[in-house]
Design a protein around this ligand. Structure first.
Ligand SMILES: [Zn+2]
Length: 139
């Protein structure tokens, strides 16, 4: 991933520091804050400078790379409940493992998760394999 590729621009509500800038602005410049989308330029600058200082002081990574092995349990629970959220590959495996434990068949799992039947078969194989690996590690 290219540096900053997914980061929203300064000024956007989706910028990682929008909440920080907005809180500061509402507190210090309530009149200005009510007229701008997020915060005034001064508050944005302060939030960004403070963040930069924390990065330097504590030696934090500048961009947080997504961990490919991270499983968002809430997303998995939503999928199992039938809400069809976007899942990563490892989350799909986790959701399939849960449905397999309920005794569901591949076709039902595929329909429920909104994936192709062939994909469900692959995920079942992966879920079974990871279960075996975990069992070996535990032994
Ligand atoms: Zn402000």
């Amino acid at each position: 991933m290219k540096r900053g590729e997914r980061r929203s621009p300064v000024g956007s509500r989706l910028h990682p520091l929008a909440g920080v800038a907005q809180r500061r602005c509402r507190e210090l410049h309530p009149r200005t804050a009510s007229a701008v989308a997020v915060a005034c330029a001064d508050c944005w600058e302060r939030a960004i400078r403070d963040d930069e200082r924390a990065v330097v002081l504590f030696g934090l990574p500048r961009e947080i790379e997504p961990d490919p092995t991270y499983v968002d349990q809430v997303a998995v629970e939503l999928a199992v409940a039938g809400h069809k959220p976007r899942l990563t590959a490892v989350e799909e495996v986790e959701a399939v493992a849960i449905l397999l434990r309920r005794g569901w068949r591949d076709t039902r799992i595929a329909e429920w998760l909104g994936i192709r039947p062939a994909r469900a078969v692959d995920l079942r194989a992966a879920a079974t394999a990871s279960k075996t690996r975990t069992g070996t590690e535990a032994a």
